[in-house]
Design a binder for this molecule. Structure first.
Ligand code: ARG
Length: 459
């Protein structure tokens, strides 16, 4: 046990207590942020005349050495250090002697950990944003390829109206686009630097907090030292945004699992992204999609967990907050893994276009268009709805589709129908005539695809 404290204690910490309290096992993930923050802190201390230039140089040299040695694997995290902050500081003192002991001037682990976590989240937001962007590229590519891939659109999981695979994917494009903007929003709010808030009440040293903030890429310093060390709102926002990403992935996975089933056969997941059964030789299972759907619960759990942890904590710092780390790290890693795997699965998945189109034709998805035909010939919509209802009933009894009815059969139900009804209810027309912006028609879709391309080029 090599703790940073102990002066006022008369006994060694019990080993179980030490283990229970220590966080190096997981907060070692913060080593880069901890070292970067310390470099900026030392630079600020020197600028303010609290350290000499020479001392700052020594400290920087020591910290750079620690970073390099951690990254090359030369320096290992050994459990005798309580947390990443103690680990780095103790190593600095080992390397540089007394000057290393000056680094912690005007700083506490409370503002230090608040800083490290914010920087970590900022870095990870950038990574997740990159992964989401790659997924959007995949979706856009697939949309461009499938503008005329007809499939049934569903409400209540009942066939409703025909759409295209491009349009269906476009719905998810919107979701993941919103997810990116949610992540960007979190960064805007979190981007104030807590360093220099000390344990909770600032410090008597003449720190230049704005300078440290600027060195570390923050928009400025936080404005209340108690809030600085007690605020974990940005983690709650992050876990909420991550839960939403998982919810979107999970819904998409659910659809892919259904589409990939024997009953649907709309898509075929690539062999590389499928798994087999140990007993049933014929099986090819969508395990990746199921796992992504399953891991959603784990990320939701992290959100509920941190909300619960934070709800009873009096100001300012309390050790409860150490619990933020494992669940945040796990949620971030889970989300990154899921986006990556999901992207691979979707980009290699095959569309069974014939089956999709056949399914769209078989479910009366063009019934609304038959009613619209009547409306266009002067029949009030409510009457048209009733007439087409009778057509559907007739087809169900004869086990045929609307396009298979003869013109005589149509005219027996309503004399308004003419030869051009077949054209009006053809799959091509049903889909491609829907050209209000946001609809599946080719013209509208092309307009939207152009906007998506511009968005991806800009962001
Ligand atoms: N490991 C601690 C955490 O994650 C760092 C802050 C420790 N501060 C303290 N007063 N014990 O919250």
């Amino acid at each position: 046990m090599a703790q940073l404290w102990g002066g006022r204690f008369t006994k060694e910490t019990d080993q179980l207590v030490y283990n229970f309290n220590a966080s190096l096992g997981f907060d070692q993930k913060l080593y880069k942020q901890d070292i970067t923050g310390s470099m900026a802190h030392a630079a600020m201390l020197a600028k303010q005349g609290i350290l000499t230039e020479q001392e700052k140089e020594e400290i920087h040299d020591g910290l750079k050495g620690i970073l390099a040695d951690i990254e090359s694997g030369k320096l290992e995290f050994s459990p005798e250090y309580e947390d990443i902050h103690s680990f780095v500081e103790a190593n600095l003192i080992d390397r540089k002697g007394d000057v290393g002991k000056k680094l912690h001037t005007g700083r506490s682990r409370n503002d230090q950990v608040a800083l490290d976590m914010k920087m970590y989240v900022r870095d990870e937001i950038a990574e997740m944003d990159g992964l989401l962007k790659e997924l959007l590229e995949t979706l856009l590519h697939s949309m461009e390829e499938n503008l005329h891939t007809y499939m049934p659109g569903f409400t209540h999981l009942q066939k409703a109206q025909p759409v295209t695979a491009a349009h269906h994917f476009g719905a998810y494009f919107e979701m993941f686009k919103r997810d990116r903007s949610r992540l960007a929003d979190i960064k805007k709010r979190l981007n104030l630097c807590p360093l220099g808030s000390g344990a909770l009440a600032g410090t008597t040293y003449p720190l230049d907090r704005a300078y440290t903030a600027q060195l570390l890429g923050f928009d400025g310093p936080t404005l209340n030292s108690m809030d600085s060390v007690a605020d974990r709102d940005y983690l709650i926002e992050l876990l909420s945004a991550l839960s939403t990403i998982m919810m979107h992935l999970s819904r998409f996975c659910e659809e892919i699992i259904v589409w990939n089933s024997n009953e649907y056969q709309f898509v075929e997941i690539d062999d590389g992204y499928s798994t087999g059964s140990s007993i049933m030789p014929q099986k090819k299972n969508p395990d990746i999609a199921e796992l992504v759907r399953g891991k959603t619960g784990r990320v939701y759990g992290a959100l509920i967990s941190i909300l619960t942890t934070m709800k009873g904590i009096p100001l300012a710092y309390n050790k409860d907050m150490q619990e933020d780390k494992e669940l945040t790290f796990d949620a971030i890693d889970t989300v990154k893994g899921c986006i990556l795997l999901f992207n691979g699965m979707v980009s290699t998945m095959e569309f069974q276009k014939e089956n999709m189109e056949k399914s769209a034709k078989n479910g009366f998805t063009n019934a609304t268009d038959a009613a619209d035909y009547l409306v266009n010939h002067g029949v009030p919509f409510r009457d048209a709805h009733g007439i087409v209802g009778r057509l559907v009933l007739f087809c169900i009894e004869k086990n045929i589709s609307l396009d298979e009815m003869s013109l005589e059969e149509y005219q027996e139900i309503s004399p308004v129908f003419q030869e051009d009804i077949y054209e009006a209810i053809s799959m091509k027309n049903c889909v491609e005539k829907r050209n209000t912006i946001g609809a599946p028609g080719t013209e509208a879709m092309k307009e939207v695809l152009k906007l998506h391309r511009e968005y991806l080029d800009r962001n």
